[in-house]
Design a protein. Structure first.
Length: 173
């Protein structure tokens, strides 16, 4: 079976327009499209509607292509290539397989430090626990339980804060 050229596009909006035209051409409803694509109800209108409230991601794009029975082919645009050729910088062959290294900024380190710290503490506890025998684990658990109960007793024994005396005391009738 020969392939038929349905549309040509070079940006997202024109791709969506081509997909809308294909949807009209095959004459199926949005509900049918959503059922076939496995999309939630209403998503088709949000993607293909004029407002385009939602955008197609990698997964939903593949599902839409499947339902519409279309595929994308990348072809060089000769006019654009002629306009851009003098701006392109050639890559040095050694850069193709170079190992990419990047320094980590302070913001990233500060953001990741709590996560890394928590993970290290967890692993340390697991290692420490695995090296203890049953009597040692029991003693540690007992000490921890006593500390918890002691702090709860202190909270219970604490006296409630005194309220300031009102200038006028309510009378009981």
């Amino acid at each position: 079976m020969s392939e038929r050229r349905i549309a040509e596009f070079s940006d997202y909006d024109s791709m969506i327009e081509a997909m809308r035209q294909r949807l009209v051409e095959i004459n199926i409803t949005h509900t049918t499209f959503e059922r076939l694509a496995g999309w939630p109800a209403g998503l088709c209108g949000k993607v293909f509607g004029d407002a385009q409230v939602k955008k197609l991601g990698p997964r939903t794009l593949a599902e839409a292509f499947e339902v519409l029975a279309i595929k994308a082919v990348i072809v060089e645009d000769a006019e654009a290539a002629a306009r851009m050729a003098d701006r392109w910088e050639e890559r040095v062959r050694a850069d193709y397989n170079a190992v990419r290294t990047a320094s980590v900024g302070k913001t990233t380190i500060n953001r990741m430090l709590p996560v890394i710290s928590t993970e290290m503490q967890k692993r340390s506890r697991e290692t420490y626990s695995s090296k203890k025998n049953a009597p040692m684990r029991r003693r540690v658990a007992r000490t921890a339980a006593r500390a918890r109960w002691k702090s709860k007793r202190k909270v219970r024994k604490a006296k409630p804060a005194k309220l300031p005396h009102p200038t006028v005391q309510p009378s009981i009738v």
